[in-house]
Design a protein around this ligand. Structure first.
Ligand SMILES: *Cc1c(COP(=O)(O)O)cnc(C)c1O
Length: 218
């Protein structure tokens, strides 16, 4: 047996934690997609992660993502707040945009999709703690916005994404996002990061977005 790379070792730990959290919740771990957040790490780190068996990646800046992707066999999610003027590049590059959070961005994505002849999967980002500094649609506007995005993008709208407030217990926020997704009949709930993915899995996460625990500190 060759020595495992640090990324492969980290991944073993995370997979064990996912299996444990899923088991405790009576869930099948195969229903949980690990999105490896490679922001700030070089393309070489992405290639090492692929060698360790990871194929779904998250980047929060389109410009940086374009320096590493596309990579054959890798799926790319844009997970960060997206400027309208970056929508065109994001639509061409990404398999999924997880941060759809306002009507003007929806307009830009629709226009770019028309021009590019492709539409990535879309998630609505909900500002689940209604924090003024955070991106995401405010919770009071979320239901109407989700309905409008469903009407506009149809099956491409897969689900919801959130980042709970840093200083609070994330569990109630995760449960609230999952309930919102259920209410709208949306299958994807992207929630949980390095520090709180077990709680997210307990609350029904289908996608967890993990950077630090895979790649180390940024
Ligand atoms: C950076 C980032 C993550 C990963 O955070 P870690 O704590 O490093 O796991 C997840 N989601 C989003 C939206 C991010 O920007």
């Amino acid at each position: 047996m060759p020595d495992l790379s640090p990324i492969a070792r980290n991944l073993e730990t995370i997979r064990a934690n996912i299996a444990q959290a899923a088991g405790a919740a009576g869930r099948d771990p195969s229903g949980i997609t690990l999105v490896a957040v490679s922001k700030t790490h070089p393309k070489q780190a992405v290639l090492e992660a692929m060698a360790a068996g990871l194929f779904v990646f998250g980047e929060n800046r389109v410009q940086e993502a374009a320096e590493k992707f596309p990579i054959a066999g890798a799926r790319l999610h844009i997970i960060g707040g997206l400027q309208t003027n970056k929508a065109e590049q994001a639509v061409r590059l990404a398999d999924a945009i997880d941060s759809l959070d306002r009507p003007r961005l929806a307009d830009a994505i629709a226009k770019a999709a028309e021009a590019a002849g492709r539409l990535p999967d879309l998630l609505v980002q909900v500002n689940i703690g209604d924090e003024p500094q955070k991106s995401g649609i405010p919770t009071a506007e979320a239901d109407a916005f989700i309905r409008a995005m469903r009407a506009r993008f149809g099956e491409a709208l897969k689900g919801l994404m959130c980042i709970p407030p840093a200083e609070q217990d994330p569990a109630p926020h995760f449960r609230r996002l999952a309930a919102m997704a259920d209410m709208h009949g949306l299958p994807v709930r992207s929630m949980g990061m390095s520090s709180d993915y077990a709680a997210a899995i307990a609350a029904g996460a289908t996608h967890i977005r993990i950077g630090t625990a895979i790649f180390g500190h940024r």
